[in-house]
Design a binder for this molecule. Structure first.
Ligand code: SAM
Length: 221
């Protein structure tokens, strides 16, 4: 079957990607706590880590923490004085994430804020916080357009925005779809297309997580 082959290729590349024991521990804790296994793959996590490094990001915003698996990949790429703010609605998810981040030695640079991410972002905007250099959007998909609009108020020219789950087994191309998750991606894409400040691409992916993809954006100014 296709997905078995995709998973075999992910397994082949795992020594290249080199997730360490702390990342496996984080997944085990998430599983034991009954959290859904819907985090990014190791390959995607490593991509996030590389993007933080390539962008020289010192301030990272994550929308959708779950157990902090992607958070660990992102935060590890930060300099010691870097900062990551991660937004999570579910207090149980956030508690598991805080435990995982502490075990990974990242508690000093990561804050997990519990609440609806749209509200958290609004309060960060109102607090006049420094802009974020990189934003990873991976929460409730119908809110993607709101997350983009708020992220644009929290970034600067040169910042990077990544949207996960942008392909959804190809459903994103179905103009007749009424799936709220698909509509959330399509509305996000419409906003990006309409904004001349944004330069973007969409990359389809296959792997242990099936057929999906991500959108990568640079805020140009
Ligand atoms: N980024 C994580 C990773 O790769 O390890 C996976 C995040 S998971 C796909 C989505 C998370 O978004 C869930 O933990 C869910 O509870 C959270 N979420 C859902 N609605 C939300 C909201 N309105 N505000 C903040 N978080 C929300």
């Amino acid at each position: 079957e296709e997905t078995a082959l995709w998973s075999a290729v992910d397994t082949y590349f795992e020594p290249l990607i080199a997730p360490d024991q702390l990342l496996f521990d984080a997944l085990r804790r998430a599983d034991e706590a009954g959290l859904p296994q819907i985090q990014v793959s190791a390959a995607q996590g490593k991509l996030l880590q590389l993007l933080v490094q390539l962008a020289g990001a010192q301030r990272v915003l994550e929308i959708g923490t779950l157990a902090g698996y992607s958070t660990i990949w992102l935060a590890r790429a930060l300099p010691p004085d870097g900062h990551l703010l991660s937004c999570e609605l579910d207090p149980h998810h956030a508690a598991v994430a805080v435990e995982n981040l502490a075990a990974a030695g990242l508690a000093d640079r990561v804050e997990v804020r519990v609440g609806a991410a749209a509200d958290t972002l609004q309060s960060v905007i109102e607090s006049g916080a420094e802009p974020f250099d990189l934003v990873f959007i991976d929460a409730d998909k119908p809110s993607n357009p709101v997350y983009l609009e708020r992220s644009l108020q929290l970034t600067r020219p040169g910042s990077v925005i990544i949207l996960d789950n942008a392909v959804r087994s190809g459903a994103v191309a179905d103009q007749t779809s009424t799936d709220p998750n698909v509509l959330g991606v399509r509305a996000f894409v419409d906003l990006v297309r309409a904004d001349p400040r944004l330069s973007a691409t969409a990359i389809q992916t296959v792997g242990s997580k099936g057929y999906d993809g991500f959108i990568l954006i640079r805020v140009n100014g």
